[in-house]
Design a protein around this ligand. Sequence first.
Ligand SMILES: *Cc1c(COP(=O)(O)O)cnc(C)c1O
Length: 399
Amino acid sequence: MRLNIFKGSFTQQEPISEEGIAAAVKVLRSGRLHRYNAERDELSEASLLEREFAAYQGSRYALACSSGGYALHIALRAAGLRADEPVLTNAFTLAPVPGAIVNAGGRVVLVETTMDLVPDLVDLEQKASKSGARFMVLSYMRGHMPDMDALMELTGRLHLTLIEDCAHTMGASWDGRKSGSFGLAGCFSTQTYKHINSGEGGLLMSDDPAFMGRAILMSGSYMLYERHGAAPEARFFSRAKFDTPNFSGRMDNVRAAILRAQIPELVSKTERWNKRYQTVEACLRGIPGVYLPNRPLQERYVGSSIQFLFPGISAQKARAFVSRCAKQGVEISWFGDAGPKGFTSSHRNWRYLDPQSLPHTDATLASLFDMRLPLTFSIADCRLIGNIILRCLEETCAQ
Ligand SMILES: *Cc1c(COP(=O)(O)O)cnc(C)c1O
């Protein structure tokens, strides 16, 4: 059987809704684009976004900022990270995560990643003890949540302050509890390829008033913190305001307006993503030798991308498979390549870090494939994509 070539674009998101466009145009017409440029009796779009996203997340406080990487950076600073202190994080993550740690003055200590694409808790415990780290940035890379009961028990026992990188888990939960609500802080990205889209942007969430007070001052509040939508009481700023530098990284009202319109869509979007995910997954399940990362029953994920492993595949075959898929119009990334390609890079490419030996992560990455699933794909598209992957893997293996 000949398969059609897939014609869709793997980087094409859905358009912004008419409601979001109208809200953005309203801000543009007002001329009041800066978050603190509001009428005396109104809350700006940025403040309203904070209030609405805090309600969605069930968090007490929220801060809208310029990117997800920025949210991680000031989370570490506001948490009290000292210069050159070690910070634990997953070895399998995206470049802005080690970048945020370095930006905050920390030293990155990478934790091994398992075949289920989550941190190895045995390695985490060893590295925490050895490094004496007080902080962990837990990156739910590509939406995979570790056993959160075990992780929280461990971070509690090791006195690790947890900061969650929820760039791929907006809308996801573990045992009914939303990602981003487990640690001191949850950091979200609203960059185009994430779950809500304002081009660039980030959200920092916390229930800790002193922490959030410092974070708001750091984000560049020019002492206008009382105009925020989900901020702690003024007393949490009164002393900190003299000791806290301004690391400008605010969100503007245009982006906030675009995002506000998307929060009510998150539940239905999650269902639509998961239908696409499960369609591709059903095709991959039938392929001998393919390993799909375990998704525990407690995990409610958002399938905006899919990962699969082919343990034992050679570098040559992995490259051949990726290029075969590309010829059929299916864009797959392979994490085993030596050099960085677009968004796909690995810890070996982050040479600004101390070199670290991560044999298990390297074995995982050598066989790891990754694919985006934008909502512009139909279910039929996903079936075709799944069948193309199946065919291309068979052909690659037969060679
Ligand atoms: C996108 C992303 C971030 C941060 O994103 P920004 O581009 O800085 O908004 C952080 N972690 C992961 C895993 C990401 O994919």
